[in-house]
Design a protein around this ligand. Structure first.
Ligand code: SAM
Length: 353
């Protein structure tokens, strides 16, 4: 089998978002994709200058099939893919995984938003690590939509990325202003896009006690899909994340992602107190979160390592029976956000059972 050579151009916006770390983060993302759903078929992954521009280059034994191209197309940092033929670059058609318009992620601007590229990176690596990773690009061939939970979802960045991918998405946040702003934004977006949908807010009560409120959205890509009941669901519960297990059926989510409070703009609300470190909140919330996951599910966290060291987060996940992925490319995601935030990513798996 002949060796083929490939070059990936980094999305220009990655340079703005991650300053100098764009290519390194893409390198770690490609290496994780290779170690999970691509079964190690890529070799010589590295950053190389071509014509004065940094590219992520790699080789493969033989051609890349449609499945591999579809997965490479989902990379958060990808702008274009080329096959290298001597001095020449031959463009390879990408296959975007996109059920709904991507402006669902870009229109909202607010303090504390997790940027779109990073949101996609965290969701990607978590899904690839999970039992549904290889299936992500299966589209209509999939038996049921993949279910994603963000138990600290802010104004819904990860829920929106999951929906764009064609997943069902649920979120929770304790901040009522985030809940209201998200509801107003999403309802307007659904109307402007003229998508067939329902969207309503329902109070959640148990034994006379008001536990919170829930936004429930069902949406279809077009009229035919709506008629065929081929809909996707987005849910958002306004409540404290330590009560997550009270709002969803156990063992039903394929992936959980959360960008934890950085201790700068947002603190972690643990037991009514606002704390800089998210560790005690994680300790209280993790057992409930884990109970909602299926065997083989992925759990991906990002947080500010200035307020919580990585080893502590690894220890917490392990104490909840999770298998932390903490070697090789999985350790390649730490990057500077600003002077007070150095963000890292940790992914873990629920044992397959
Ligand atoms: C870094 S922000 C997440 C931003 C989100 N990814 C977005 O793009 O909108 C962390 C979120 O954790 C939420 N949070 C903090 N303590 C919480 C708690 N006890 N329960 C639920 N959410 C909490 C904050 O309200 C904040 O929205």
């Amino acid at each position: 089998m002949s060796t083929r050579s490939w070059a990936l151009l980094v999305r220009p916006s990655a340079n703005r978002v991650y300053a100098a770390s764009g290519p390194q983060l893409l390198e770690a993302e490609v290496a994780v994709l290779d170690a999970t759903v691509l079964d190690g078929r890529l070799r010589d992954i590295g950053i190389r200058d071509l014509g004065g521009v940094p590219y992520l280059t790699f080789t493969s034994d033989g051609d890349l099939d449609a499945h591999a191209i579809a997965h490479l197309s989902t990379l958060s940092g990808i702008y274009a893919l080329f096959e290298r033929e001597g001095e020449h670059l031959r463009p390879v058609e990408l296959a975007a995984l996109q059920l709904f318009d991507e402006d669902l992620l870009t229109i909202q601007k607010y303090v504390g938003k997790t940027n779109e590229l990073f949101t996609r990176l965290l969701l990607n690596v978590t899904l690839w690590a999970s039992h549904v990773g290889a299936d992500l690009v299966a589209g209509a061939a999939r038996e049921r939509p993949i279910r994603v939970l963000d138990p600290m979802c802010g104004r819904g960045s990860s829920l929106h990325q999951a929906l764009v991918y064609g997943c069902d998405a649920d979120g929770l946040d304790v901040d009522g202003k985030d809940f209201d702003a998200h509801e107003a934004f999403l309802k307007t977006w659904l109307r402007r896009k003229r998508l067939k949908h329902t969207a309503e807010v329902i109070p959640i009560r148990r034994d006379g006690e008001r536990l919170g409120r829930r936004l429930e959205v069902a949406v279809a890509r077009d009229k035919d899909a709506w008629k065929a009941k081929d809909v996707r669901r987005l849910g958002f519960v306004h409540a404290d994340t330590t009560r997550a297990a009270e709002f969803f059926r156990p063992g039903t989510f394929d992936a959980l992602v959360a960008d934890a409070p950085y201790g700068v703009q947002h603190g972690a609300r643990a037991g009514g107190r606002l704390e800089r470190s998210p560790l005690s909140l994680l300790e209280q919330a993790l057992p409930g979160w884990v109970s909602l996951l299926r065997p083989g599910a992925g759990l991906g966290l990002s947080w500010n390592i200035y307020v919580a060291p990585r080893d502590e987060v690894v220890r917490l996940l392990a104490s909840c029976g999770l298998e932390a992925l903490d070697d090789g490319p999985w350790r390649g995601f730490a990057h500077r956000v600003d002077a007070s935030i150095e963000r890292d990513v940790l992914v873990a798996r629920v044992p397959a059972g």
